[in-house]
Design a protein around this ligand. Sequence first.
Ligand code: GTP
Ligand code: MG
Length: 195
Amino acid sequence: MKINQAEIVMSAAREAQFPQAPFPEIALSGRSNVGKSSFINKVLTRKNLARTSQKPGKTQTLNFYLINNRFHFVDVPGYGYAKVSKKEREAWGKLLEHYFQTREQLRGVVQLVDSRHEPTKDDVAMYNWFKHHEIPVIIIGTKADKIPKGKWQKHKKQINETLGVINSDTVILFSAETGLGKDDAWKAMTGLLFS
Ligand code: GTP
Ligand code: MG
């Protein structure tokens, strides 16, 4: 996809701040530090639209990006970060649950997992939760540049098996460094957004 326009339209800390425009929307979900912001920057070919950091838990609002005046990407705060209080975490959990259950514009989720390691319990729980709510999921295995090419299939299989990925969902290995998986990711995302 050619990106003519990509801009952040809202950093929402509560529901009243969610954009009301009817654009179809894809949300990005994944453990803190897994590479959500890097994924957004890479697929949008913008260097620093979404802030990346080595410090987990930097993204703490639902960040809505409007792309080509046609659809939204939503960068969702990472789960599993330790730096916030239990109370804050619970409030976030509630907001996210509400968002995923009620957002009419939502067409699907890009769930990011670190392709170097077996998906964590949190990853499995998130995927199961999306499936329970019948939300289509594209699974992106991040940081694939750190795995030797000869082991890509093995890691992909592990993601498929550990998450119990169903047939209608896809697993794509991705690298924000090399651009591996970018075209496949777009194919899968436009399929959800515009079909
Ligand atoms: P939070 O916003 O804190 O939840 O993190 P995030 O999921 O947005 O992760 P972010 O994109 O900030 O990336 C975290 C770290 O991983 C950064 O140091 C990135 O440079 C690095 N990283 C992300 N993607 C890749 C990748 O594909 N390959 C490599 N080698 N490093 C990556
Ligand atoms: Mg981020």
